[in-house]
Design a protein around this ligand. Structure first.
Ligand code: 5GP
Length: 201
């Protein structure tokens, strides 16, 4: 039985449905949670501090960077986002699997620091559908949507760095795929407890 929790890095262009998929998969599977990032972005309507993000000022964020509080951090769409080192290490040490819903820059930093995270990229079925979803969200202004669309193209170009691609054309199918990837990853040979396998030999 694996002693440490696994890290699942999930990236996607904004609007691909990543947040909803990550929430649904953590509800659907035991022993899986998602890390709550810290950001300088202003809360959107309905977002709650401590549940969706820890919302902080830029000064506070920069001092946390100085203190080494983040295991990775990046500037995305003009705001700063980071993953708490303490939260991540605590969950992994307690044997809990963690989803990191982070951008491609953050994913690269995690790849350099941890042995075997699983990298999953959520793709929109098309750029047209992605833009439509961003507009339907009605929480971002036009210039913000244009900025997110330009960045989406850049992020999609990084897909080869990921182990798995989930296309979110249909939410239930995408959730099924994401759930299946996590279940399969939990059966990886490298996660076997060496003491336990020795007793079978
Ligand atoms: P949003 O502002 O739409 O919630 O998120 C914008 C982007 O920031 C998304 O691609 C999301 O994955 C990314 N993001 C959220 N938290 C973090 C984090 O802790 N680190 C990094 N590198 N990216 C993050």
């Amino acid at each position: 039985m694996p002693v440490k929790g696994q890290i699942f890095v999930v990236s996607a262009p904004s609007g691909a449905g990543k947040t909803s998929l990550c929430r649904a998969v953590t509800d659907a599977l035991d022993n899986l949670t998602h890390s709550v990032s810290t950001t300088t972005r202003k809360p959107r309507t309905g977002e709650i501090d401590g549940r969706d993000y820890f919302f902080v000022t830029e000064d506070r964020f920069r001092s946390m960077v100085e203190a080494g509080d983040f295991v990775e951090w990046a500037e995305v769409h003009g705001n700063l986002y980071g993953t708490s080192r303490r939260m991540l290490e605590d969950l992994v040490d307690r044997g809990i699997d963690v989803i990191l819903d982070i951008d491609t820059q953050g994913a690269t930093q995690i790849k350099e620091k941890f042995d075997s995270p699983v990298f999953i990229f959520i793709m929109p079925p098309s750029l047209e559908i992605l833009e439509e979803r961003l507009r339907n969200r009605r929480s971002d202004r036009d210039d913000e949507i244009n900025r997110r669309m330009a960045r989406a193209r850049d992020e999609i170009r990084d897909f080869r760095r990921y182990d798995f691609i989930v296309v979110n054309r249909d939410f239930d199918k995408a959730l099924h795929d994401l759930r299946s990837i996590i279940i399969a990853a939990r059966c990886r040979t490298e996660l076997l407890d060496p003491d336990w396998i020795k007793r079978l030999q």
